[in-house]
Ligand binder design. Structure first.
Ligand code: E4P
Length: 217
């Protein structure tokens, strides 16, 4: 399973990269705004800064919602850095844009996916990644994890190569659950990734090993 971090915070991206398990980064306009990154030029520079920290894919979202605008923005974003993956919303013109980018060899991440039908369309259009938002489904009392299972089933039926990028991960158990049902990638906050580390028996066991070592030395 690939691990992406879902943030535009450079310190957190560095921390995750230093942990040695980071495969990429996802961002969105809200995450950029949260870090105070505003204005087109600052946002573009921030994408390059992120690419210079991590080795893997960095999703950069288009703002346009019409086909022409998405194509123009997506092409500029993809030229920024070889690690950039163009993030395109699951809307009618977005599907057309996904197909256009696939034909041109530009990698994409289809975002704001909330149903198996949307995921099927994204795969048909040739998206590199599809991003089902599981936390936001859980927020409205719908089983987000079930969506990941349904998409896995559909993609496996037909051998679609689009990678299932479980997004809107909110906590550590979301990561475990997505791994169990076969998500290819998860993107979540640093806290959820670091949660994987923790177990009280590890801490107790280590303390005992160190204490016993000291007794003999
Ligand atoms: C995915 O690429 C999105 O940036 C993200 O996972 C959204 O998560 P949220 O629902 O916690 O905002």
């Amino acid at each position: 399973m690939k691990f992406f971090i879902d943030t535009a915070n450079l310190d957190q991206i560095r921390d995750a990269q230093e942990l040695g398990v980071l495969d990429g980064v996802t961002t969105n306009p809200s995450l950029m705004a949260k870090e105070g990154i505003t204005g087109k030029n600052n946002i573009l520079k921030h994408y390059v800064d992120i690419c210079n920290i991590v080795d893997g894919d960095v999703s950069a979202e288009v703002i346009a919602t019409d086909l022409e605008g998405m194509i123009s923005e997506g092409e500029s974003l993809s030229e920024l850095h070889e690690q950039i993956v163009v993030k395109v919303p699951m809307i009618r013109d977005g599907v057309k844009a996904l197909k256009y980018f696939a034909d041109k060899g530009i990698r994409t991440n289809c975002t704001l996916v909330f149903s198996p039908g949307q995921a099927l369309l994204a795969a048909k259009a040739g998206a590199t990644y599809v991003s089902p938002f599981i936390g936001r489904l859980d927020d409205i009392s719908t089983d987000g994890l079930n969506l990941i299972s349904e998409i896995r089933h559909i993609y496996d039926n037909y051998g679609y190569e689009t990678e299932i990028l479980a997004a809107s991960i909110r906590h550590t158990m979301h990561i475990i659950d997505c791994a169990k049902v076969g998500a290819d990638v998860m993107t979540g906050p640093l806290s959820a990734i670091e949660g994987l580390l923790k177990h009280p028996l590890t801490d107790i066991g280590l303390a005992k090993f160190l204490a016993d070592y000291k007794k003999g030395n």
